[in-house]
Design a protein around this ligand. Structure first.
Ligand code: ZN
Length: 305
């Protein structure tokens, strides 16, 4: 009830006050959700056709980044360089029509460095899934961006999802879901830490791979709850690794405080992210498959067909 009122009033509440209210709401809910978040029991059940990751790796490790505004867009190369230096690759998703212009040169730079990218909605106005007609209308434009950018990967804004409708996109994979996350506006999780196939109901021969995110979104623990270490990510990663699952995290360059300046209440210290990546390097050297979403999707599809 409180949550409903909050989302109705949201456009009229100043941003800072919104965050304070959301923080209160989340902290009050933590005890109630302790059995379903961040770990949902049962989500570790392996699909029977899955016999392990390529090269016998213990788990898949997928880094993704939604680029929300110009602030984040201007930090893309910096984030890429940081990950590259630590020996990782990742994939960025961009909003085609918002407050930044997606330059072909930037997309090419990502690919030239073995990084990747996909499409993140269309306008990011919260209305992509308002009706099927609206979705299909926008899907035409999204498909033209997918083609123009030469990518077949998608993630919807705010993790809104209707997997049947998403089938209208010309994609190999979608990342608009999560194993478990009661704090999302559309909180129905898919209940698995593994990818899965979504058959296209419009065109029986087609379909796509769904890649749910499986670590909490950065915003919840580090901006809202204000945790100062990556412990919540590390604990969940250890659990997924034990269960040979897919670690998929969404880290927003918009929220990363690269200078550790603590100037913005909407950003978290870059040191948290670095500490997390270094933990993975140190504790699981040679044991994880750091793959791009398109590679995981390709691998998973090969298991099915
Ligand atoms: Zn977004």
């Amino acid at each position: 009830m409180l949550k409903k009122i909050f989302y109705i009033l949201k456009p009229f509440i100043p941003r800072k006050l919104q965050l304070i209210l959301r923080r209160k709401l989340i902290v009050s809910k933590l005890p109630k959700y302790k059995d379903i978040w961040p770990v949902l029991k049962g989500s570790e059940k392996k699909p029977e056709y899955f016999k392990g990751w390529p090269e016998g790796k213990q788990f898949a490790f997928v880094l993704t980044h939604d680029v929300e505004h110009k602030r984040g867009y201007d930090r893309v190369i910096r984030l890429m360089e940081l990950e590259k230096k630590l020996g990782f690759v990742s994939s960025f998703t961009f909003v085609p029509e918002r407050d930044y212009k997606v330059e072909k040169e930037l997309l090419d730079t990502l690919r030239a460095n073995n990084f990747d990218y996909g499409v993140h909605g269309l306008y990011h106005d919260g209305k992509l899934f308002s009706s099927e007609t609206e979705f299909l209308e926008r899907a035409k434009k999204i498909n033209s961006y997918l083609k123009e950018w030469n990518t077949r990967g998608f993630r919807a804004p705010a993790m809104h999802h209707n997997l049947d409708w998403i089938g209208a996109l010309e994609i190999d994979y979608d990342m608009s879901t999560f194993d478990t996350d009661p704090f999302e506006p559309q909180p129905d999780g898919v209940g698995t830490i593994f990818p899965f196939w979504v058959e296209n109901k419009r065109n029986k021969s087609g379909g796509y791979i769904e890649l749910p995110y499986t670590l909490p979104q950065d915003f919840t623990p580090f901006v809202l709850i204000k945790e100062s270490s990556p412990k919540i990510w590390i604990d969940k990663l250890n659990w997924i690794a034990q269960n040979n699952g897919m670690v998929l995290v969404n880290v927003h360059p918009d929220y990363i405080d690269f200078e550790s300046s603590r100037k913005s209440y909407e950003e978290f210290d870059v040191k948290i992210y670095i500490e997390f990546l270094e933990y993975v390097n140190t504790n699981y050297e040679g044991k994880y498959w750091n793959a791009l979403p398109k590679d995981v999707a390709g691998f998973w599809k090969s298991l099915l067909h």
